[in-house]
Ligand binder design. Structure first.
Ligand SMILES: *[C@@H]1O[C@H](CO)[C@@H](O)[C@H](O)[C@H]1NC(C)=O
Ligand SMILES: *[C@@H]1O[C@H](CO)[C@@H](O)[C@H](O)[C@H]1NC(C)=O
Ligand SMILES: *[C@@H]1O[C@H](CO)[C@@H](O)[C@H](O)[C@H]1NC(C)=O
Ligand SMILES: CC(=O)N[C@H]1CO[C@H](CO)[C@@H](O)[C@@H]1O
Length: 320
């Protein structure tokens, strides 16, 4: 708002704190269907988390229908037909990264389905891989083997911690965001809402994750498809959004003892689906989730177990 206009408003209306200029963001990228194919690149890379997957390029993914785009749907999945030999590098899967990077923004993930099943480790997150961890990492939604912890987590360079008491509905785990602490656990907040992850999320037809990043805070909201309180502007893909109107987030990461400006830079959006690997594949975590045998054997020998290991997006919208 132009300064003079703000001055007039303040002068005439004696504004309280609630009437600080609103944090309204405008739609800058609307990824729907085919739009993902031009806005994101497929990363045919070795899995950085040692998962039992082989990430394929876009041509291969489309040819094998591991990536599927229509006018209103975008799907990425793992192969669910091939029995793997122990010598194979891993089950074919897809990892995509946005071509653009973002700083202050709101991202709306309108998700119809997320990968489910033993061994799955899906994540929708933001970072700049060439400058990690200096550029920061925001994991918006992530979990393993269908169960908790399903959480939103920051990973940063040293000197970024979170207060134990915050105005949020979720439950904090570790407070230090430093990747060097506790094996890069990061500072996480577990979602308190039901149907926020895995089979429950999918049974409800998915839902919306909304993350807002500013220099003063990062916060995350979630609504299930069945939730009657989802804001219209989130549900309908409005041209502007204002998260100030969304109530209490489940996760709030304030800048109280973390200079977000210096711990976060330009970040890409990354959507990945790995299997097993450093987290999902740990024996205790895999069997603790009620999954049979060892993770790698399970992935090698049970292709049909991965029929539901797919992401389907109605849209990913970015507002700046
Ligand atoms: C490709 O995947 C999409 C999405 O899951 C599905 O609707 C379609 O039937 C698949 N096509 C083929 C040829 O299998
Ligand atoms: C998500 O995490 C929370 C907290 O750990 C847990 O209570 C819940 O069962 C998990 N799963 C789902 C589907 O929300
Ligand atoms: C938090 O962010 C605000 C807005 O960018 C800034 O004015 C303030 O100094 C920051 N506080 C800390 C402790 O970094
Ligand atoms: C295999 C892969 O790319 N794994 C990444 C998936 O996303 C998480 C963030 O939530 C990264 O830590 C993993 O490296």
């Amino acid at each position: 708002m132009p300064g003079s206009m703000f001055f007039l408003l303040t002068a005439f209306l004696s504004l309280g704190p609630a009437l600080v200029p609103a944090a309204t963001y405008s739609l800058s990228d609307n990824f729907v269907g085919d739009g993902f194919l031009s806005g994101f690149e497929h990363q045919a890379i070795a899995d950085p988390t040692n998962g039992r997957v082989t990430y394929v390029d876009q041509v291969t993914a489309l040819a094998d229908n591991l990536t599927f785009a229509s006018s209103d749907s975008f799907v990425i999945r793992t192969d669910d037909t091939t029995v793997l030999a122990a010598s194979d590098p891993g089950r074919n899967s897809v990892r995509i990264r946005s071509l653009k990077t973002y700083t202050t923004h709101v991202i709306v993930l309108d998700i119809r389905h997320m990968p489910q099943g033993c061994a799955t480790w899906p994540a929708a997150w933001e970072t700049l891989e060439s400058d990690w961890p200096a550029s920061g990492e925001v994991d918006i939604v992530e979990g393993v083997n269908d169960i908790d912890p399903n959480a939103s987590t920051l990973h940063t360079s040293s000197g970024c911690t979170m207060p134990s008491s915050r105005d949020m509905t979720g439950t904090a785990t570790q407070l230090d965001c430093d990747t060097a602490v506790n094996g890069n656990a990061g500072c996480g907040v577990e979602v308190d809402k039901s149907n926020s992850y895995g089979p429950g999320f999918n049974a409800a037809g998915g839902g919306w994750y909304v993350m807002e990043r500013t220099d003063s805070f990062i916060r995350v909201f979630f609504w299930s498809r069945e939730d009657s309180s989802v804001p219209d502007e989130v549900q309908n893909g409005a041209s502007t959004v204002n998260p100030d109107n969304y109530g209490t987030p489940y996760a709030l990461f304030p800048n109280t003892s973390c200079d977000l400006d210096s711990h976060f830079g330009d970040n890409n959006i990354i959507i990945n689906l790995t299997l097993c690997g450093d987290w999902a594949g740990q024996d205790s975590i895999f069997s603790g989730a009620g999954c049979p045998g060892t993770c790698v054997d399970y992935v090698n020998n049970n292709p049909s177990a991965f029929t539901d290991a797919y992401w389907e997006f109605a849209a990913v919208r970015v507002y700046e």
